[in-house]
Ligand binder design. Structure first.
Ligand code: ATP
Ligand code: MG
Ligand code: MG
Ligand code: MG
Length: 477
């Protein structure tokens, strides 16, 4: 059977069209929303309907939405399932069917045999999760799907209650987890998320929230006048299950980039766990940066442009760490384009512009690296001449601050020279600079959108990720 990503996408859309849903094309990654850097879920383009600001022209919709999630960047290649770019398949009900309909439609699609247009997943491997205070969902799962009570995971607010982080609609959700077996984690440990792989999230919008202080701390004012359904299924996750792969970076739309990176670097994917992460980062970041440029983002020092710059630089740097020092993107981008263009023909139409933006950024980064490498070499010679084995924090900081030289590259190159780096000293200098920037930013509060993304970057990376601080100059915390 055809298990290509294109075919999974097609089956998803056809399943819901057959159930009366209007197929809506993906919105661009950039939306006019002050709270978002990029579209990060299928529901984003439908927000005005969910918020009651606009009347939907249909009661049921289905889409496959391009998404970018910057906060997931540090997971890329380390988990089996996080891309900075991914496609979210979703079905939506605007005041039409509710919990029972959503459960039935989702279960039917994933368990229906492939020959009948479904995904043919084995029922015995599927675990629904519910919000712990949603007994109605438990009963519906049992009644509609026949799963026994002990296969229904009850999870708390942080996992299974959805809100937009602001007063407005909220509600419990149910997720469908697929058990990949003991090779990926312990029996019954739903925290082992590469074992109990979350493939689909069904959000039951039923509550009106009057205050949201955090993901787990909010006030429910009452019921929404109209109940809505918002779901999201990760296309890549289903694809790697159906294609029999270990992780999402090995699927049809992504693996050819890894293959090209193997040829270029002469290293083999699967030979070394550290290199494997680098290969996957390359495959992911090449794709996400290509999709972002395709939707009009250009590299810059803040906000969206900064995210793109960071993705491009990480792809280039990962290739360097794989031992490939020539221009890499002109070799890798066309491979990703050829896999993605069938779903997104604009990539082909717009290719010259996309290539020019990406390749110019790589060239600029290569000069940064060239400049920094010279300075680094001098610092290393001085350090050794002084009989020391630790590169000073000031030097690491100067490399970062003046040459935009990533600290992890400094660390790596120091190690190659038999040196360590005074990371603590480096971090102290970074913190000092950050505090200055923060004080500066106080007076210019609220100029930039989506501080949560910046916070995500900071949280995910901790204090040694140099690029995080560039964004903090615009952070108003
Ligand atoms: P996870 O817990 O694995 O990080 P999530 O709970 O953050 O996923 P949701 O916000 O519920 O994900 O999004 C709906 C669906 O989109 C998920 O069930 C998953 O299949 C898919 N998805 C979410 N984030 C990613 C990602 N970074 N890469 C690929 N697919 C994703
Ligand atoms: Mg997540
Ligand atoms: Mg989750
Ligand atoms: Mg989820």
């Amino acid at each position: 059977p055809d298990t290509s990503s294109a075919d999974i996408r097609r089956r998803f859309v056809e399943h819901f069209e057959a159930a009366g849903h209007t197929a809506v094309p993906s919105a661009p990654l950039l939306v006019d929303d002050p709270n978002l850097l990029f579209v990060n879920a299928g529901m984003v383009p439908f927000k005005p309907f969910f918020l009651g600001q606009e009347t939907p022209p249909y009661q049921r919709a289905v889409s496959v939405q391009k998404c970018v999630r910057t906060p997931d960047i540090e997971d890329v290649g380390k988990t089996t399932r996080h891309g900075t770019f991914f496609e979210m398949c979703g079905n939506f009900s605007f005041g039409d069917y509710f919990k029972a309909g959503a459960i039935e439609l989702a279960w039917d699609l994933i368990t229906k045999p492939v020959a009948d247009g479904g995904f043919g997943l084995e029922e015995s491997r599927l675990y629904p999760s519910v919000y712990e205070d949603d007994p109605e969902a438990v009963e519906l799962w049992k009644k509609i799907t026949g799963v026994p009570d002990d296969r229904i995971a009850r999870l708390g607010k942080s996992e299974n209650y959805w809100s937009m982080g602001v007063p407005g609609p909220g509600g419990p959700c149910s997720e469908i987890l697929y058990d990949r077996g003991p090779a990926y984690g312990a029996d019954g440990d739903f925290g082992a998320e590469d074992r109990y792989l979350e493939i689909w999230n069904l959000v039951f919008m039923q509550d009106e929230l009057s205050a949201v202080r955090s993901k787990v701390d909010f006030d429910i004012a009452g019921a929404l006048p109209k109940q809505n359904i918002d779901t999201g299924m990760g296309l890549e996750r289903v694809a790697f299950l159906l294609q029999g792969k270990d992780n999402m970076y090995e699927i049809d739309t992504m693996f050819p980039v890894i293959e090209r990176a193997q040829e270029l670097s002469g290293r083999r994917y699967g030979a070394d766990p550290v290199d494997d992460v680098r290969f996957r980062v390359v495959a992911d970041h090449v794709r996400s940066s290509m999709m972002l440029i395709g939707d009009g983002v250009t590299p810059g020092n803040e906000s969206r442009g900064y995210v793109l710059r960071r993705l491009l630089r990480r792809a280039v740097r990962s290739m360097r760490l794989l031992g490939y020092e020539d221009r890499a993107l002109p070799e890798l981008f066309p491979v990703s384009r050829d896999r993605m263009a069938p779903g997104y023909p604009a990539l082909t139409a717009d290719w010259d512009r996309i290539a020019q933006v990406a390749f110019a950024e790589e060239d600029a980064f290569r000069s940064t690296l060239r400049a920094g490498t010279q300075i680094f070499d001098n610092a290393a010679v001085e350090t050794k001449a002084a009989g020391a084995t630790v590169l000073a924090g000031e030097q690491a900081f100067a490399l970062h601050d003046t040459y935009g030289f990533p600290i992890d590259l400094t660390l790596e190159m120091a190690a190659e020279n038999g040196l360590t780096v005074d990371e603590e000293g480096f971090r102290a200098l970074m913190a000092e600079q950050r505090n200055r920037a923060k004080a500066d930013a106080k007076s210019k509060k609220g100029q930039h959108a989506d501080t949560s993304v910046y916070r995500g970057i900071l949280d995910a990376n901790g204090p040694t990720e140099w690029l995080a601080y560039e964004t903090l100059t615009t952070e108003s915390r």
